[in-house]
Design a protein around this ligand. Sequence first.
Ligand code: CP3
Length: 338
Amino acid sequence: MPGPLLDALKGSILEIPPIWLMRQAGRYLPEYRELRAEKGGFLKLVYDSSAAAEITVQPIRRFAFDGAILFSDILIVPHAMGQGLEFLAGEGPKLSPTLLEAKLDDFTSVADRFDPIYETVRKTRLMISDQVTMLGFAGSPWTVATYMIAGQGSKDQGPARLLAYRDPARMEAICEAIIEVSITYLRGQIDAGAEAVQLFDSWAGSLAPDEFERWVVAPNAKITAAIKQSHPNTPVIGFPKGAGAKLPAYARETGVDAVGLDETLDPAWANSMLPEGMPVQGNLDPLLLEAGGPELPKRTKILIEAFEGRPHIFNLGHGIGQFTPIEHVEQLLRAVRG
Ligand code: CP3
């Protein structure tokens, strides 16, 4: 029997929405910080499938979320494509050489970097009940490309946007390469036990409308079509963060089964603009969760009511912040589940 999260993704309207939180495994959990200190760094955790499975399950044990998201990172795809990757403490990711300094052809792919990730999925699946949905993921090509081009997080994704205007053929080639590897990677996760997958397009919001069609809608549509072809029963969740008014077109044109909403979107607007019956995921402000207080249960209830009549998966509008008190997550769960 599938769990409630998978049910909602397949179109069921449930009285109590299933819930998971983006970045639910991570630094706000003391048990995560402890294991990371022991193993000596984020990437070591990701490539150690026993540690990664343990971290994937930590938030399930503590909060009984309805979904377990694979503990990994969107930048494992460039790493497997042969780009150097480091996570420096407190500084975020560094990729080298950048695609401003090197060409794709200079990289030698290291495809077996995906093997421990698939092993994490298999191990996790054995550690959770069949009521908990196993979620896989990949970054969307545009978001991954912004890191490959700039070598790190970049203000307004300027380097990637400039490259896309100056040399769209090169940008196209970069996206095509990411698409191909991401399809292999997602299929591998599904074969290992992922029951649904999410495409994280965290920087979709920086693009002008025509650019959004070309670098967000088209690549996500290609990946979704490939997954539908090989794994027609595995739901795909698209999360084009910052899409704003472009979300309804994204929902109609990409073929994704469900859409993730960021916290800037009005649930009533989204409900009226999205295709009838399409499941939505979201969209409580992660900073409201961090702040806590009486607004937290109040807004939680309003949000749930706004999506009555449509399949809804409760989530944040973006990842949970590292300074979020654990009691606030517990308070949120009481507000959602009663
Ligand atoms: O949701 C989950 O719990 C699954 C694991 C997951 C991580 N990253 C773990 C992580 C997922 C799904 C991601 C996605 C990811 N990674 C995105 C897209 C979603 C988003 O949040 O926008 C992006 C843009 C990245 C790239 C990335 N990874 C950055 C910019 C950073 C540094 C900033 C930060 O939050 O530390 C990371 C590191 C990272 N990825 C951590 C975790 C738990 C923190 C590493 C640590 O322990 O220091």
